[in-house]
Design a protein around this ligand. Sequence first.
Ligand code: ZN
Length: 391
Amino acid sequence: MISEVGLFWLLLPLAAAGSWYLARRGTERVTGARVNRLRSNYFRGLNYLLNEQPDKAIEVFLHIAEVDSDTVETHLALGSLFRRRGEVDRAIRVHQNLVARPSLSAEQKTQALLALGEDYMRAGLLDRAETLFTDLVGIDARAPSALRHLISICQQERDWRKAIDHAQRLEQATGESQARLVAQYWCELAEHARSRRDIDGARRNLAEAFAREPNCVRGLLITARMAMDAADPTAAAQAFEKVVDQDIEFVPEVLAPVLRCYEQLDEPHRAREFLRQLTERYEGISPVLALSRVIEREEGDGAAIAYLTEQLRSRPSIRGLMRLIELGLRDASSGERERLLVLDELVRKLVEGKAMYRCARCGFGARAHHWQCPSCKSWGSVKPIHGVAGD
Ligand SMILES: [Zn+2]
């Protein structure tokens, strides 16, 4: 890429020729020509951008910026191009120069400050970005954009109380409900309190979460886990049951602990009925596997194998096959046993290291559930993967 100094020398004769032309032909016509040239350059730059050729686009925009230093939009475009290419220092320089100009309109200054704040975020200078966005919110200019950035900074810093304040201000500024987001933040605080064994604090945070989102699944899960902590399997089982009533995709999270509750309550019939209902409502294999264990315990291997074989016809699943092999191995002859063990090793390799969850928004795959997608940072978008190799 052409350097800025190199560009200056390159542009010098052009500028000299320009002034000569200006002196000779009169201001009005030349201004027109200059505008035309700038416009055609601008479109050339835009064309490079659209063709994903940022290097060439930067060259063109640098030309325009040098020739016409008044074009705020060009500087903004140039700065964000630098940022996108990872040249954050250069982006910061461009935007800082822009902000320092006394001639900017209020709207242009806000745009430049927002861009500078984004540069700081990209550079990891979160304190500086936060101060800048807070100032912007203070003068109420572009409050929604600045508030969204502030929320994202607070999420990175895990400062949930501040995030709640900003989200509520954003709600007031835009009229768009942020209830689900705010409920997630209260749940973060509740989990934090629970980990510190601050039960009252956790309860207060949960109450806030439910006040914003009455059927908050995460709040219900925390309630259930806290009931388990307090050795109250009745309350825990109820809360776990509510979780899957609200969102059936949480079956993998709920299955093991709720079965433990039924066991503590000594209610095998309730467990069997709960699992039977889940197999009707949930398309994954995990409740079928759990039910096959109950059948095996109550009616023996033969009944469990028959049940599993029938289920696998309608929902083919590698994990189901693994369970079938496990049951088959028990009374296999030595020849059969050898063949089954080869098969077992093979199917285990098929699912080894496979993601069990996927973000519905960006496609990020994960082995465990996340409330906030580690990749695109959206909340509540990570769900279990269904199908042969999934759940
Ligand atoms: Zn995602």
